[in-house]
Design a protein around this ligand. Sequence first.
Ligand code: MLT
Length: 257
Amino acid sequence: MRALIAGSGPPLLLVHGFPLSHQMWLPQIEHFQSSYTVIAPDLRGFRDSDISPGIVTMEQHARDLNVLLQDLKIEDPVSYCGLSMGGYIAWEFWKHFPDRLHALILCDTRADADSEEDVNNRLKMADLVLRHGPEAISTAMIPNLISESSQQNQPHISEHLISMIEATDSEGIAASQKGMAARSDFSDLIKDIHIPTLFIVGKEDRLTPPAVMQQMSTQVLESKYFEVSDAGHMAPMEAPDLVNQAIDDFLSTRLNS
Ligand code: MLT
């Protein structure tokens, strides 16, 4: 697995969403590298990392992250920050490697599994990408990924998202899409999370709306909930200053106290 490593200090692991790469975190990498060792991988099948055709489960991604941390000789527990699919992987990482976690930052994600309709849509999308490439889905995904105001006022974000999606291998996209379709339901388990957890969501997020994130935050004992105005599903890209500030405040009050 390839990863961008920057800075020094306590480890901060940034796990990207679907079908993107570590590049979605550029504003966070730039901001946090002055005080943290930022580790921003490209998950299996994405950008520069190896591709496994077929299906890549969320557990496989979590195991890959554990191997990455072993290879990097990171022994201190990490602050794990994941967006959407990066959040689905967070639940598996917490289940299998709880001692590796210091804190969780969950952006625009959910804990429940897919409905039958969601599964069918994912399988159709995987098939479409395998037959026609990522160009068949890239532009159509934008309205679900970012808010209307970001689409109008920050066109560079749409361009960056489209270029990340189109640079991703079709087999890699299909394999994680099938992995998400098969993911486990963690909605009854997250009440057992006993580490500081920050939930961040864009107010205009259509895929994982604020109500879903807020409900999850009430289940986790030591949690904090933060909504980002004018942002959609990609809040860390759309409103990096607000998101970085929320993460800074959370990490400094929860971890240094
Ligand atoms: C993501 O941003 O990672 C995706 O929206 C996850 C999903 O398709 O459920």
